[in-house]
Design a protein around this ligand. Structure first.
Ligand SMILES: [Zn+2]
Length: 292
């Protein structure tokens, strides 16, 4: 039986790095933390602070040595994914927040990883799209190594296709990856399904009604797969006021999305990916209300 309390895993290190003018900015975690901490009782949440980095050996279950070295030595150039001082440290903190969330989820606790940098665009060999390491994939590969006969479903509801997660898990029979995303924007992948990676590309201006209908199709796929664990790449850049994309979801849709996923009754960990509007704290609150 899952406890009612929701554990929000986060770290003050998530506030500490930035590039001026970049949308993937500290306010996303900092303002959300402050906003939620004033509503702890109402939301029945408890914060868990993580200040330890993930082990490099765990990163190596997902990423190539070359990528890890590049980030470690700050020897890369990618226009969207800035090369910042100590970014290796911050990226490892973020990956560990997600790993610790998974560990609580398999003890039947509800968890939400309030973290940055995000992860779902990082492939085995490449960083990109504001992502250095694929947080959710690192946690899942740790789980699959330690729990050999288990199966995991990944539901990616960020507005951008989770190309990194698909790259890492394509043809892995222990995984089903399902992504709902806007079709004609970055990273321009995910236009069709491939083996264990099921993609639902959506048109610009998609509204709550069409979105939730598509979500129900995704839920059916998860039920058919019978996973032991569900990982959710929770992006909030599907919001109508988000300037990085063009879907038209309202605040209420996050409540309904969370309620729908919760009804699966699976051990689940939720991980923040994108979401760049100033209303992000409020959207996350709506999502958490749906999980109650
Ligand atoms: Zn996104």
């Amino acid at each position: 039986m899952t406890e009612d309390k929701i554990f929000i895993l986060t770290s003050k290190y998530c506030w500490q790095y930035y590039k001026i003018g970049h949308p993937e900015a500290p306010f996303r975690v900092k303002d959300t933390y402050k906003y939620l901490s004033e509503r702890q009782k109402k939301l029945n949440i408890e914060f868990v602070f993580i200040d330890k980095e993930i082990d490099e050996e765990i990163l190596l279950l997902t990423h190539s040595k070359e990528l890890i070295e590049k980030v470690k030595t700050e020897n890369f150039y990618e226009p969207d994914t800035p090369n910042l001082k100590n970014i290796f440290f911050y990226a490892k903190i973020s990956a560990n927040i997600v790993l610790e969330s998974l560990k609580l989820a398999i003890e039947n606790k509800k968890t939400f990883a309030l973290t940055r940098p995000p992860g779902h665009h990082a492939t085995k060999n490449n960083l990109g799209g504001f992502c250095y390491f694929n947080n959710i994939a690192c946690a899942i590969n740790w789980y699959l190594k330690n729990y050999k006969h288990k199966k995991v479903a990944i539901l990616d509801i960020d507005v951008h296709h989770g190309n990194g997660t698909q790259d890492i898990f394509l043809n892995n029979e222990k995984i089903i990856f399902i992504s709902l995303h806007q079709a004609n924007i970055y990273p321009a992948t995910g236009l069709k399904s491939e083996n264990n990676c099921i993609n639902f590309p959506l048109l610009t201006n998609t509204t709550d009604f069409e979105y939730l209908q598509t979500l129900n199709k995704a839920i059916e796929k998860i039920i058919e797969f019978k996973p032991d664990l569900l990982a959710v790449s929770a992006g909030f850049d599907t919001f109508k006021e988000d300037t990085l994309a063009g879907l038209m979801l309202t605040e209420e849709c996050y409540y309904k999305t969370a309620k729908t996923i919760k009804q699966l009754n699976l051990a689940t960990f939720y991980v923040l990916e994108g979401g760049y509007s100033k209303k992000l704290p409020y959207l996350i609150e709506k999502f958490l209300e749906g999980l109650k």
